[in-house]
Design a protein around this ligand. Structure first.
Ligand code: FNR
Length: 372
């Protein structure tokens, strides 16, 4: 019998009940597609085949791309959302298919804040702000001004505006439940709205939503509380964070550990996906194989004794690499992004490489002759 930690099931605990059991510890990372042929935030056939192939490809859980909790919270006009009935129905169709292939379904609920209304990484299109004539909109953030050089100025949210954002997260969480999602991942990373409030680089507010760590973490804590209050107690709530801004004086790993511990103790958060960066243009990020794994390892160490499941992400591409990260206790699970784009069946391939018996490979029965 081959022992593989990667292919040992894992439970994401929930406040009530047994929690969510994943068939293995390979999770698909959220990846925006920006390809929909309409700008109504409705997931299309593309999303069904894109996410569906990962579920057929053996992953334990598939995370949707950043999904706007309100229209102005989308990164680009082509992002999906979860704030109206038509979007909800399309999400339900997605989730039903993911489940049919044995994968759990997580939705990444997101608000891009001052990094909204931008078109990143589109072929033939420079990074930057979407003009109003092309469907762009004005953005909001912690304070007035551009979040990064080159972006147009965001408007600092009033307290009433913050309350509306929190309510939008809760409303999207209700829709996520109705659509059948098993888990929510709050997008607290990559310089989007929640991170804009967490980081001293972008949050220079002087009211109770800024200043010290208590103030800067308030939005994240209010969002988690509001979502947890409407999200069924038997379903896990997670968050993706940038564990460091990679900038002196920015958000850092000790602050991340304190935040996650508090979210776990006070708001029932049981899963953290550990990414980094997204603010402070010009940050020196040591990109390379597994470059964010040390951040996950430090959080795993500091969160020992809590129910929080830690997933590592970032250039985790090889089966043996993923297995080693888990077997050495640096994280409890791995999130896979680009390697899954190249091979949607990454998880099945990894299982075969790690010596899982052919009869136990996570693959659709109709692929029995594929030769893994
Ligand atoms: C991403 N990433 C990302 N992250 C996120 O939190 N929400 C998102 O919607 C997206 N969108 C997205 C689209 C595409 C095409 C890529 C390649 C990446 C980041 C992604 O989830 C992951 O953290 C990084 O890609 C690093 O992991 P890999 O790709 O090295 O495994």
């Amino acid at each position: 019998v081959t022992m593989s930690v990667l292919f040992t099931p894992i439970t994401l605990p929930a406040p009530e009940g047994p929690g969510l059991v994943l068939r293995n510890r390979a999770i698909v990372a959220p990846m925006c597609q920006y390809v929909i042929d309409a700008e109504d935030g409705v997931p299309r056939d593309w999303h069904l085949q894109h996410l569906g192939s990962f579920a057929a490809g053996g992953f334990g859980m598939v995370t949707t791309e950043a999904t706007g909790v309100e229209a102005r919270g989308r990164i680009s006009p082509r992002d999906v959302g979860l704030y109206d009935d038509e979007q909800q129905r399309a999400h339900e169709r997605l989730v039903t298919f993911l489940h049919s292939q044995g994968a759990a379904a997580a939705v990444q609920l997101a608000h891009a804040g001052g990094k909204a209304s931008t078109f990143p990484w589109l072929p033939g299109q420079p990074d930057g702000t979407v003009p109003a004539a092309d469907g762009g909109w004005s953005t909001v953030s912690a304070v007035d001004g551009p979040v990064l050089p080159g972006l147009s100025a965001a408007a600092g949210l009033s307290r009433e505006g913050i309350a509306e954002v929190v309510a939008a997260f809760a409303a999207a969480a209700r829709r996520a439940d109705a659509a059948g999602y098993d888990a929510i991942q709050l997008h607290g990373a990559h310089g989007y709205l929640i991170h804009q409030f967490l980081s001293p680089l972008t949050n220079t507010r002087t009211d109770e939503y800024g200043g010290d760590e208590e103030g800067r973490t308030r939005l994240a804590r209010e969002v988690a509380a509001a979502v947890r209050a409407v999200w069924p107690a038997h379903k896990p709530l997670g968050i993706r964070i940038s564990a460091t801004d990679w900038v002196d004086g920015g958000w850092d790993v000790p602050a991340s550990a304190r935040l996650i511990r508090r979210l776990a103790e006070e708001h029932g958060v049981t899963w953290v996906d550990v990414s980094s960066g997204g603010l402070g243009g010009g940050a020196a990020i040591p990109v390379g194989p597994g470059y964010q794994v040390p951040l996950a390892a430090e959080l795993t160490r500091q969160l020992a004794g809590t129910p929080v499941v830690v997933s590592a992400v970032g250039l985790v591409e090889e089966a043996l690499q993923a297995e080693t990260i888990l077997a050495t206790g640096q994280a409890h699970a791995v999130s896979i992004g680009r390697a899954a784009l190249r091979d949607p069946h990454w998880a099945t391939s990894a299982a075969a490489r790690l010596g899982i018996d052919r009869t136990e490979l996570p693959r659709p029965p109709q692929y029995w002759r594929a030769g893994w």
